[in-house]
Design a protein around this ligand. Structure first.
Ligand code: ZN
Length: 185
């Protein structure tokens, strides 16, 4: 809760729906659960997520970096899974047992990761930077800045698979293929 508020100073925040800056005010919170991986085990934690409301009437949740919209698994956990997968440290079965996930989920993460990697890097750089190196970069670099830049480029969050209604309604102009993803996937 504190991280979300510290990360998104309200006076700097632009409303994802109308684009106005500094118009969002605190408006309660809600609780959700998140699957994380710590001390070698998967665990479910409860988080308090602050909500804000803009003067245009739309309210938004302030999600901390470790949450990918619409996903129950924390971002660090997904990156660990992808790292084990791409570096072939474990078999699919080994990954399933370690993180308590199913094979289709691993392939879903992999598909989204490769798709978003290409969108972020462009075709040429995407071929130059291999998947395990990109995972490592996301694990070590400042993720906040990447997250914000990716959202600006594509109008959805990194590894987000569902459309974000607010962003789809007034898409920020990203690459030509950004729009279909709002409706597809
Ligand atoms: Zn607004």
């Amino acid at each position: 809760f504190r991280q979300s508020l510290a990360q998104s100073p309200l006076f700097l925040m632009a409303c994802p729906f109308c684009g106005a800056k500094g118009t969002c005010r605190k408006r309660g919170s809600y609780e959700r659960s998140l699957v994380t991986f710590s001390n070698g085990a998967a665990e479910v934690v409860r988080l308090k997520i602050p909500r804000v409301q803009c003067t245009c009437g739309k309210s938004h949740a302030l999600l901390p970096d470790l949450i990918v919209p619409y996903l129950s698994y924390s971002l660090p956990m997904i990156l660990l899974i992808l790292s084990d997968y791409f570096k072939r440290r474990l078999t699919i079965r080994g990954i399933c047992e370690k993180y308590l996930v199913s094979p289709p989920l691993i392939y879903r993460f992999k598909k989204l990761f490769l798709l978003h990697k290409k969108q972020w890097l462009g075709v040429l750089r995407d071929m130059e930077l291999c998947a395990p190196d990109f995972v490592e970069r996301l694990q070590t670099d400042s993720y906040s800045r990447f997250r914000d830049a990716f959202l600006r480029l594509t109008a959805y969050s990194f590894l987000q698979s569902h459309k974000n209604p607010a962003n789809c309604k007034s898409p920020r102009l990203g690459p030509a293929d950004a729009k279909p993803f709002c409706h597809g996937l």
